[in-house]
Design a protein around this ligand. Structure first.
Ligand SMILES: NC(=O)c1ccc[n+]([C@@H]2O[C@H](COP(=O)([O-])OP(=O)(O)OC[C@H]3O[C@@H](n4cnc5c(N)ncnc54)[C@H](O)[C@@H]3O)[C@@H](O)[C@H]2O)c1
Length: 406
């Protein structure tokens, strides 16, 4: 990416200090929103084994969110964790211990380059700025790959989008999955089933929102400070996912309003690595269903935190965890989630979504014909639309046409 990972910060030393070397150095401690959710745990029956093979997985990244260990690869019966890495030796050792990795590497690049045929797949759980390039490297070396969100970071990485599509196409069947947690929240699973069965009729309107108060005392650390002053819509997947991961459709146009945060020192031109002035951004999209969507991402609005969404169609709507409308279709659907392998629970982080993303990825590798929910097209339609939303906000809400990924 061109937000050079070596020269991530710019401006004066004073500005750098002001925008939070403290935050950069934060260790993985304390409570982080999304990691303490208690949700509906019912399933539609026990998990059914789908293969007796094991996928040999390498895991990269054990930062503030300890994400490398948070998706239960180490507990899935079809996985052997063969390698672990983090640039920080202590974090690397801790990750290796928790996921029972046989080998460790000082960087993801080395793991990808040196594991050779001892590894089948890689989980990229490093900082957001590094995902796209590490995914491209893993695909190039012949590995299936899944990555934490977003698929790429910001306008300066938009050139990675066609490269990712091309790399997956050229890979001859390697699986790419974006681990967008919204996709396997109970609400999104229910809405996807209703949508696929035609229960909404024409989907006319979708709302999604990601409120995460993260300035001042609410701020969390990040590798080289990538979270500092981050444009809200550069992190759009938890809100946009309520449309893209429900319908597998895309947005066609966007107009977005940003709210400036002049009172918060890290926002404004030259005050953060992105030159971002906005604490919240509300995007209005046209959708490929011929409808519309309102997707909000807010960092600077205290008092509420959450990732929520709802869909409104000509035959009914889903909101507050319930479908209301034409019961003839939706009433016949199982709207609770599937069972999980023993040792994996759906009562955990981000609506209990993590183990479903892992299971979905493994099925795509092991079960012929199984397609991951958040494939490269959905990953990019979910992520790039947010980047354009921020570009629109920077132009005072100008309407922009969106690229479509297939
Ligand atoms: N709900 C969600 O889906 C959700 C929630 C939280 C975090 N995330 C994503 O998970 C990722 C990790 O989040 P975090 O807060 O732990 O990030 P972080 O910035 O705190 O940590 C990143 C870690 O990656 C390591 N790293 C960076 N480059 C590396 C490389 N080349 N090789 C090996 N290790 C490398 C760093 O040393 C650091 O420990 C982020 O991309 C974030 O966007 C998603």
């Amino acid at each position: 990416m061109n937000i050079s990972r070596k020269s991530f910060f710019f401006g004066s030393a004073a500005a750098t200090a002001a925008i939070g070397l403290k935050a950069m150095a934060q260790a993985p401690t304390g409570k982080i929103q999304g990691f303490d959710e208690s949700i509906e745990t019912k399933t539609d029956g026990p998990w059914q084994p789908f293969s007796d093979k094991k996928v040999r997985v390498g895991i990269a990244g054990y930062g503030v969110c300890m994400f490398g260990a948070a998706f239960s690869f180490q507990d899935h019966p079809n996985v052997e964790v063969v390698a672990a890495t983090d640039l920080d030796p202590e974090r690397c050792a801790k990750l290796a211990q928790i996921v029972h990795a046989k080998r460790t590497y000082p960087s993801a690049e080395e793991m990808i380059d040196k594991e050779g045929r001892n590894m089948d797949a890689v989980f990229i759980a490093t900082d957001a700025a590094s995902h796209a390039d590490l995914v491209l490297r893993a695909l190039d070396r012949g590995y299936h790959v899944c990555s934490a969100v977003p698929a790429l970071l910001g306008e300066r990485q938009l050139d990675r989008a066609p490269k990712l599509v091309e790399a997956v196409k050229k890979s001859g069947g390697l699986v790419y999955a974006l681990f967008e947690t919204t996709a396997f929240r109970p609400q999104a699973i229910a809405m996807r089933r209703i949508y696929e069965a035609g229960g909404f009729g024409q989907l006319a309107y979708t709302e999604g929102e990601y409120f995460h108060y993260s300035v001042g005392t609410g701020s969390i650390g990040s590798y080289k400070g990538w979270r500092i002053g981050l444009p809200p819509q550069y992190y759009p997947t938890h809100s946009n996912g309520f449309y893209t991961c429900v319908t597998h459709g895309h947005f066609t146009e966007v107009a977005c309003i940003g709210t400036p945060a002049d009172d918060i020192p890290i926002y404004g031109e030259r005050k953060n690595p992105y030159g971002n002035p906005f604490r919240s951004e509300v995007a209005f999209f046209k959708t490929s269903d011929g409808g519309s969507a309102r997707m909000t991402v807010a960092w600077g609005l205290p008092g509420y935190g959450g990732e929520l969404g709802r869909c409104f169609g000509t035959k009914g709507c889903y909101r507050n965890d319930r479908f209301a409308g034409d019961g003839s279709i939706a009433g016949k659907l199982k709207l609770v989630r599937a069972g999980l392998p023993p040792g994996m629970t759906n009562n955990g982080h981000h609506g209990g979504s993590h183990p479903y993303l892992t299971d979905d990825f493994l099925r795509a590798i092991l079960v012929p014909g199984h397609k991951v929910c958040v494939d490269v097209a959905t990953a990019l339609n979910t992520t790039v639309s947010g980047v354009y939303a921020h570009m629109s906000a920077m132009k005072g809400g100008e309407t922009l046409k969106l690229p479509v990924f297939a």
